[in-house]
Structures are given as structure tokens and as C-alpha cells.
Design a protein around this ligand. Structure first.
Ligand SMILES: *[C@@H]1O[C@H](CO)[C@@H](O)[C@H](O)[C@H]1NC(C)=O
Length: 265
């Protein structure tokens, strides 16, 4: 009797849960984050919606305001703001995985995304809510130590970078080092900025900034003096001395023990 009521309650709870998930898109938000200019995968699975498993799935991803991506078999639609950046691979989708791939993430991509499955025939189409994903977009932050005389390379994140500015550690002025399309005073190699033969005056903060004036990346650089050669020699000498002692030492206690043994006899 008791187990029966329990089971009934479990059924009711299960039913309520189903209704909630089905009716309110925000009831099952998944949070994901990505650094700007990188890739993001917004997770989603429709496999449990067995009512459509026999058909070619028709999937829609949208933000609260705009359509982002649609796919039905090989046919796909990408909104203009997501041109060449959004996809749900067809083969993966057929297996029940409707995760949205976004590449070259922008700050403006941040927000809530919803995934829907479209079912039914033309004229009586229905949308089934599958998943909400909140995407946060972060800037890059790092610190670097560079030896004096060496090269400092900085990622340009070229798809979105507009300028690179520098603030010396003993000043508060920002100086422009690079600008998109301009002839740069600083060498550019494989999408990276290369500052050669680093000196004390190159110590400070480097910022990559996008067209909206937002910071894509902040790199705090400190410049270190190269290690003094005399000290290294000293350490090397000590190491070689210790190792030679270490090699001879096993015979020392052995000989001592032998003498002690003979003495005791
Ligand atoms: C769904 O596919 C994406 C790649 O498209 C993958 O990262 C993710 O792990 C897959 N999810 C599951 C549950 O297999």
C-alpha cells in the first residue's frame, strides 16, 4: 500500500517535471562560457524526443530575439550575424546531438540561446523546446615574463582586432603599436605581433582592442635581466664537485667497514 502511494507520487512529480521543462524555456538553462575569438559549443540533445526519431530532424537555434541557425538534413540557414560561424553538423544531429558550434566568438554573441525541434507537416508544424543555453563571453588575460634581448610575441586575434595599445610600467599614457590596415612599426608574423630585442622600456601592459573599443586581450609583461653567467658557472662547478664526491663515496664506508671488521677480529 505504502509503496503504491510512493510510486503514484513519483509519477506525479515526474509528470510535473515534464510539464515544466516542456512549457518554460528557462527552466533548464545550461551555462557555458568562451573567450572572445575562440570557439564555443552550446550543448543540446534531442534524442529523448522519440516522436521524431524516424524523420530527418529539423532543428532551430535562436536567441530571445533573432533566429541564429536552422538545419534540416543537408539544408541549413545561418543568420547574417553568424555567417560562416554557426553550425550543427548533420551527422551528429542525426544521432540525437543538436549542439550548436559557434566559431570566432564575439562579445555580441553573449546571451541566451534556445534550441527547438520542429515537427509535423506543412500547415500543422509544431515547435518542441529542447534546451536553453546561456553563453558568456570573456576577454583574454595573461601575464608574461620575457628575458631582456629576447622576442615578445603577442596574439593579435586578427579577425576582430582593430588596434594594439601599450602602456609602459612607468607611465600612464597609452601608445598605439598596431592598427588594422596600417603599416606597422612593429613586426607582424603569422598573425602575431613580434617585439624583438626586448628592453626594460617594453615592460608594461599590452591591450588588443576590437572595433567597438572593447578589450579582447590584456597581457601584463615584465622584463627580466638575463641570468648572470658567473653565477651559472659557480652552480655548475658545485654540481660537478658534488657528483664526483658522490661517485667516490661508496668505496669510503666500505673500506672503513673492512678495517673495522679486521680490527674486531
Ligand atoms: C555532442 O556533440 C558535441 C560536438 O558536436 C560534443 O562536444 C558533445 O560532447 C556531444 N554530446 C554528447 C552528449 O555526446
Amino acid at each position: 500500500m505504502e509503496t503504491r502511494t510512493k510510486r503514484a507520487w513519483m509519477f506525479v512529480y515526474g509528470f510535473l517535471e515534464l510539464v515544466c521543462v516542456g512549457s518554460s524555456p528557462l527552466s533548464s538553462v545550461v551555462f557555458t562560457r568562451s573567450e572572445v575569438c575562440q570557439e564555443a559549443v552550446l550543448p543540446c540533445e534531442w534524442g529523448s524526443h522519440s516522436e521524431v526519431s524516424s524523420e530527418t530532424p529539423y532543428i532551430q537555434w535562436q536567441t530571445l530575439r533573432n533566429m541564429v541557425f536552422e538545419r534540416m538534413g543537408p539544408a541549413k540557414f545561418q543568420a547574417e550575424a553568424y555567417q560562416n560561424r554557426a553550425d550543427v553538423p548533420e551527422a551528429v544531429l542525426a544521432k540525437g546531438n543538436c549542439s550548436l558550434h559557434l566559431s570566432d566568438i564575439r562579445f555580441s554573441d553573449a546571451g541566451i540561446y534556445e534550441c527547438y525541434l520542429v515537427v509535423g507537416k506543412t500547415g500543422s508544424k509544431q515547435r518542441i523546446f529542447i534546451q536553453s543555453v546561456q553563453l558568456s563571453v570573456l576577454d583574454h588575460k595573461s601575464t608574461r615574463v620575457v628575458e631582456m634581448g629576447k622576442d615578445l610575441t603577442l596574439d593579435l586575434y586578427k579577425s576582430q582586432a582593430e588596434t594594439v595599445v601599450f602602456q609602459s610600467s612607468n607611465g600612464d599614457e597609452w601608445r598605439e603599436l598596431w592598427r588594422r590596415g596600417d603599416r606597422s612599426r612593429v613586426e607582424e608574423r603569422d598573425g602575431k605581433l613580434v617585439i624583438g630585442n626586448v628592453g626594460a622600456s617594453d615592460e608594461g601592459i599590452y591591450r588588443v582592442i576590437d572595433g567597438e573599443g572593447l578589450t579582447i586581450s590584456t597581457v601584463k609583461v615584465s622584463v627580466q635581466e638575463p641570468p648572470r653567467p658567473t653565477r651559472t658557472n659557480l652552480v655548475e662547478k658545485r654540481v660537478s664537485f658534488e657528483s664526483s664526491v658522490g661517485m667516490n663515496s661508496p668505496s669510503l664506508p666500505l673500506g672503513f667497514l673492512l678495517i673495522m671488521f679486521l680490527y674486531l677480529l
